[in-house]
Design a protein around this ligand. Structure first.
Ligand SMILES: Cc1ncc(COP(=O)(O)O)c(C=O)c1O
Length: 404
């Protein structure tokens, strides 16, 4: 039986050689290759800096933690973060675990992101906007949120914006890439994403202080944070503040409470190789979305097919059931899976459909109709770059067999 997977990863000769070179170098923990991937990723996204960390989740936590320590921002623990209810759970988990309170705003049914209109309506009706600190939108499935309008609202209310761009590698919004449209942004290079490197993630920013803080936080808040370290020359700028302590070592002295979110050289070399293929990956996925949309058009009264946009870098091929009398998501997924077409649910509406957030269920029940509908009736199939014409045709024929 043909198996059409949601994502795939192919290790070629180039990857094997790069991994062997890392092994031969004698350095497998974070080093020069991670630095190179950071430079290349920042260049690709169009920001001054990228800091690579161990995952997209740790990128979110490190970014949020950095904001609380930032000398020019007044961001407090326990303040409120406006975010999306429809996302992979990592976004919400990172907000909660970093000591913030998520506030969920409903989404757009077609592009799955939080809308400026809903954010504005929420901020206008609350009594105390000063309890809020951050707007954290997610560019789900590669679709960009309307960042110009969201940034404008943020400015009006004195909030900062933070994009979770884990699922949008190379999406263009008004001429710029997602991940470069706010004070800081995060990415995941998890295997199911467009640029795959195993498990690492990154924080991108133009702000040198955020870069400095994230680099410290990912290394347990260590004091050693010079852009160029002179320790090998016996010089350390930190020593002047520690006169008289001649055994002081800034690598083992910590001035912020942090984590171990460091990456490995193996992962960085995979990222570097993948990034060279970024344009091909994006183009191939987009072509596949276009092809599937045309081939499945006849079912557009039953299924909401993904909106096609030349500027979107697609993570997958999202579908929402429109006509529940015709078929349920459960039945359609079951029939597709039975025939070898892999599917995944569109994550669920976090406060009302995810058991870990059941403490919020009563508060949000019925208040997020689009997210709840898509959480129950949305799913995705693959559109990745390794799908062959035969895979696409098999997928289309399988839909036809099940839906006719
Ligand atoms: C929107 C979003 N945010 C964050 C993450 C977390 O990334 P990671 O799995 O690398 O921790 C993911 C992972 O898929 C994601 O889709």
């Amino acid at each position: 039986m043909i198996r059409v997977r949601v994502g795939d990863f192919k290790i070629g000769e180039e990857e094997k050689q790069a991994i062997n070179e890392v092994l031969d170098s004698g350095r497998i923990s974070e080093g020069q290759k991670v630095r190179e991937f950071e430079r290349e990723w920042a260049k690709f996204i169009g920001t001054k800096h990228a800091v690579v960390v161990s995952s997209g989740t740790s990128a979110l936590i490190a970014g949020l933690t950095a904001l609380k320590s930032h000398k020019d921002l007044n961001i407090k623990s326990n303040s409120k973060v406006i975010t999306t209810p429809l996302t992979y759970i990592a976004t919400s988990n990172a907000i909660v675990l970093s000591g913030f309170e998520p506030v969920y705003i409903d989404i757009d049914k077609e592009t799955f992101g939080i809308t400026p209109e809903n954010i504005k309506a929420h901020l206008e009706k609350i009594d105390n906007p000063t309890e809020y600190s951050i707007i954290l939108p997610v560019h789900l499935m590669g679709y960009p949120c309307d960042m110009d309008k969201i940034n404008k609202i943020a400015k009006e209310y004195g909030l900062i914006t933070f994009e979770d761009s884990a699922q949008a590698h190379g999406t263009i919004y008004n001429g710029k890439k997602t991940g470069s449209l706010s004070l800081l942004s995060t990415f995941s290079f998890y295997i199911a994403h467009n640029i795959q490197a195993g498990e690492i993630g990154a924080v991108t920013t133009d702000d040198p202080e955020i870069r400095r803080l994230v680099k410290k936080i990912k290394a347990h808040g260590r004091m050693c944070d010079c852009p160029i370290c002179y320790r090998a020359e016996g010089k350390c700028p930190k020593l002047s503040s520690h006169k008289g302590k001649d055994d002081f070592d800034p690598r083992f002295t910590h001035d912020i409470i942090g984590y171990n979110f460091k990456a490995m050289e193996f992962q960085a070399v995979l990222g570097i190789i993948q990034l060279k293929k970024a344009d091909w990956i994006t183009e191939k996925r987009r072509e596949n979305v276009k092809y599937l949309n045309e081939a499945l058009e006849e079912f557009s009264d039953i299924l909401q097919l993904p909106k096609y946009d030349e500027d979107v870098s697609y993570l997958a091929y999202p579908i929402v059931i429109k006509d529940l009398k015709k078929i349920s998501r459960k039945k359609l997924r079951y029939e597709l899976e039975k025939r070898g077409v892999e599917t995944r649910p569109l994550f669920g509406c976090i406060p009302t459909q995810q058991p870990a957030y059941s403490f919020l269920k009563e508060k949000y029940e019925g208040k997020l109709p689009n997210a709840e509908y898509i959480g129950l009736n949305g799913f995705y199939v693959g559109c990745h770059q390794y799908l062959e014409q035969a895979d696409l045709d098999y997928m289309v024929n399988t839909f036809k067999e099940v839906l006719k």
